[in-house]
Design a protein around this ligand. Structure first.
Ligand code: HEM
Length: 149
């Protein structure tokens, strides 16, 4: 990513931050609309989840210029995600919901350059997460998940 792209992502996230709750609502509504199969992976009550997502995104975005400082955290997070049942292909769906959310939240300010910069950011983070996830064993399927999973 270029320094200009990092700035575009940081500045545009700064505009979404004041509407973080709404952005998180839009994000999960969209995610569960395009991928209803992932809904049962999440808790029924999503408030904490929404806060964690926005906080983590904020930390990632604010440290893009020193990405090596966030990689260990991102990798640990990815390994936990394997335990939640997250597979590589889910990252594409989450990326799509994220871009949709930014488009809705930023309106005209979501210019093609801003969009490209976000796609680069997400590709970078999701790529690091998938690589880290590939280093852990997927959870073994038990009797119940074989029948109902
Ligand atoms: C850049 C990508 C992602 C980021 C930054 C992210 C962020 C997070 C964070 C911060 C948590 C809370 C972790 C904790 O409490 O320890 C979490 C949990 C979770 N994430 Fe992600 N996530 C990402 C991708 C995904 C994808 C692709 C899926 C697949 C649908 C997913 C599904 C989940 C689930 C199921 C939980 C656990 C919910 C629970 O039981 O509380 N995440 N994520």
């Amino acid at each position: 990513m270029t320094p200009e792209q990092i700035k575009l992502v940081q500045d545009s996230f700064g505009k979404v931050a004041p509407i973080a709750e709404t952005a998180a609502d839009i994000f999960y509504d969209r995610l569960f609309e395009i991928a209803p199969a992932v809904r049962p992976m999440f808790p029924a009550e999503m408030t904490d989840q929404k806060t964690k997502l926005m906080q983590t995104l904020g930390v990632a975005v604010n440290n893009l210029h020193q990405v090596e400082t966030i990689l260990p955290t991102i990798e640990d997070l990815a390994k936990k995600h394997v335990g939640y049942g997250v597979k590589d292909e889910h990252y594409d769906t989450v990326g799509e919901a994220l871009i949709f959310t930014l488009d809705k939240g930023l309106g005209d300010e979501f210019t093609p350059d801003v969009k490209d910069a976000w796609v680069e950011t997400y590709t970078l983070v999701a790529g690091a997460m998938k690589s880290a996830a590939a280093t852990v064993e997927p959870p073994k399927k038990g009797f119940f998940s074989k029948i109902f999973g």
